[in-house]
Design a protein around this ligand. Structure first.
Ligand SMILES: [Zn+2]
Length: 419
């Protein structure tokens, strides 16, 4: 993959590229990234629109787009005006075949694979059940074979892949490319960086799933020109485990996203044992197994199951909706733990809207009373009112969108890297 720095800049004779002052080079790189990320978020745009969206002067947009076009990173598209009269409008677009990104979403019993081009268009996707009895080595072999298949189906060569983005439940060592603790393998380490042996052009990234969701939800708001005053949001993911992401503008046109360990934040001094070994974590009350344990009055130091099937929770929810007291109590307690935890997040940060996602959203009617009660227990919420809460149940699409956008942003960083 060529970088823009390796291509001669517009208006300069050959041989001068890279000899400018370091500060100038840094500024040029920022401008390149601003244009690339505007095209990634908003899609193909005219010269005028690019100038408006990025805030760059018209002459700067001319220089930047010329550099990117020369390096083969972007291309011109002609858009015929309605009625077919007059000169067609010229739009700049990311060149789709410039680079490809593969995403791998590892969930409890299935792995989702997807392939996107440089424009962010999804080219192919498939899912495969995973062998839960296997070893980390066998699992890596499964992943390598599936990635090979993903590339072959689109007639791509291994070296065409510029980014490999993985997400998994559990605790990841993002810098080392390893999964260090997971519900399936426990403390047996999975070293994903081994996958790069067959993918010479790819850069590996590993993310927490809720971080990807927060990234996707915030990107949608950034791209929405009707809502220009985006200042941040909190994503809450409800399921077997509880995830939380915080996304805010980074002040340079991008996003700063974090995923603090909310599920295992100590919430209350109680005897509810968590999967992590501590007592009183939010997950120990609000994760699916926590709800099941309270509803069936299982001793609080028992972890009922690694994974509670969704139909089990549906049954408890149904009886709660029909008035069963313990089932109602279990959901109320789960909501209370979530609301109290969220109130702490809002007390530490400023007020932000909360987007709730994940399979647990189907029980939101049973959780919402407890969530509001927990939120209202804090001074912050009494003074500022309840935060805006919205539900987006389609977590899979959000994870996939977040994966693709972050993987392509990483490719943009490489393309514009200074020598
Ligand atoms: Zn815990």
């Amino acid at each position: 993959m060529p970088t823009v720095a390796s291509v001669q800049r517009s208006g300069e004779p050959p041989g001068l590229a890279g000899t400018a002052k370091p500060g100038t080079e840094q500024l040029r790189r920022q401008n390149l990234l601003a244009v690339l990320s505007a095209l990634r978020r908003v899609g193909p745009q005219s010269h005028t629109d690019l100038s408006i969206v990025t805030g760059l002067a018209s002459a700067t947009v001319t220089a930047v787009t010329a550099d990117l076009e020369r390096a083969g990173v972007i291309e011109r598209q002609e858009q015929t005006m309605s009625g077919g009269r007059g000169r067609p409008r010229v739009l700049f677009a990311r060149r789709r075949s410039f680079a490809y990104a593969a995403t791998v979403q590892i969930s409890s019993d299935v792995v989702h694979y997807a392939l996107a081009d440089y424009d962010g268009t999804l080219i192919d996707r498939f899912s495969a059940r995973r062998d839960l009895s296997g070893t980390p080595v066998a699992f890596l072999a499964e992943l390598a074979a599936a990635l090979q298949r993903l590339l072959e189906r689109s007639r791509l060569k291994p070296q065409d892949l510029a980014a490999l983005s993985l997400s998994s439940k559990g605790i990841v060592d993002a810098d080392g490319g390893r999964l260090v603790w997971s519900p399936v393998f426990g403390e047996r380490v999975v070293d994903f960086s081994l996958l790069l042996q067959d993918l010479p052009g790819a850069e590996l990234s590993i993310s927490n799933e809720t971080l990807l969701v927060a990234h996707a939800q915030a990107s949608r708001r950034l791209a929405d020109r009707q809502a220009p005053d985006f200042s941040g949001l909190v994503t809450l993911s409800l399921g077997h485990s509880i995830g939380l992401g915080i996304a805010r503008p980074d002040g340079r046109g991008g996003l700063a996203v974090t995923a603090p360990n909310f599920g295992h934040m100590l919430n209350a001094v109680d005897d509810r044992l968590c999967r992590c070994g501590s007592r009183g974590c939010i997950e120990a009350t609000a994760g699916f197994y926590g709800i099941l344990r309270l509803a069936f009055q299982v001793p609080l130091d028992t972890i009922p199951a690694k994974f509670v099937p969704l139909p089990e929770l549906e049954k408890i929810a149904q009886s709660a909706r029909q008035g069963a007291r313990m089932a109602q109590y279990a959901f109320r307690q789960a909501g209370l733990a979530l609301g109290q935890g969220l109130s702490r997040v809002l007390s530490l940060h400023e007020d932000m809207p909360i987007c709730v996602t994940g399979p647990g959203t189907r029980f939101y009617d049973l959780l919402s009373g407890g969530i509001e009660e927990g939120l209202r227990q804090s001074l912050h919420v009494r003074l500022n009112g309840l935060p805006h809460i919205e539900i987006d149940a389609d977590e899979a699409t959000l994870v996939s969108d977040g994966h693709i956008d972050r993987a392509l942003a990483a490719v943009d960083q490489r393309v514009t890297a200074l020598r």
